[in-house]
Design a protein around this ligand. Sequence first.
Ligand SMILES: Nc1ncnc2c1ncn2[C@@H]1O[C@H](COP(=O)(O)OP(=O)(O)OP(=O)(O)O)[C@@H](O)[C@H]1O
Ligand SMILES: [Mg+2]
Length: 257
Amino acid sequence: MALVEVDHLTVRFGGLTAINDLSFTTEEGSITALIGPNGAGKTTAFNCLTGFYKPTEGDVRFDGKSLAPLKPHEITALGIIRTFQNVRLFKRMSVMENVMSGPHSITKQSVFGALFHGPAQKKEEAFIRQTALESMEFAGIADLGDSIAQDLPYGLQRRVELARAIAAKPRLMLLDEPAAGLNDAEKEELMALIRRCRDELGITVFLIEHDMDMIMNLAEKIVVISFGSKIAEGTPDEVKNDSVVIEAYLGSEDEPA
Ligand SMILES: Nc1ncnc2c1ncn2[C@@H]1O[C@H](COP(=O)(O)OP(=O)(O)OP(=O)(O)O)[C@@H](O)[C@H]1O
Ligand SMILES: [Mg+2]
């Protein structure tokens, strides 16, 4: 079943059409990649799936439900979580605190509740701590709980970000260029972790990536966009051999402005 449906999506910023009549679906339990040259509209598509941007035309649906009328926190509550093109952590906070902010984004604890540390709040805090610990273990960073985020090498910061996303127990994980800035060894580890998120936790993964090695190894389906429009869609082998893709993207030396 299609978990995500992007349905004739168009997004305009003033006179600029960032996404142009884009349609595709991603299956529940799959790993899908969205690729395309710089400025093609990839992050904009993600931003529509998190409610940060709204469709100018068309719709984006999750599990059959339109996301267009929903606020970002309502979309998070449905089980959609994202990571960012540039790592966004609470730099001066510990790894544990960072990962604990994952389940915090989905628990019902109100600001009012957080001010009064009653038994219900204590219980929830314990639950959040336990959830964070489990996802740190899953991500192989259980021993780094007390480390300050900004003191870690970049590859580990990416891992913390992923652990935080996992701790929110999402159904869909949107990863915006997770391999950016990683060396080959870090990239291999990250690929294995992303695959385990799907295989062992059942999380549907949708990633934007420029790293062809990563895409070809990880994704079952690839959607290629250029100037906001879809130019190809298929398996890694189909896309790799598509002459339109090769011309517009893979083989192009000069990038569109
Ligand atoms: N809030 C905004 N206001 C105006 N223009 C925007 C806005 N967000 C994105 N754009 C424009 O929309 C186009 C698509 O941008 P987007 O960030 O989605 O590209 P991308 O495919 O993620 O590129 P990259 O690979 O460089 O990250 C670009 O021309 C960008 O300048
Ligand atoms: Mg982008």
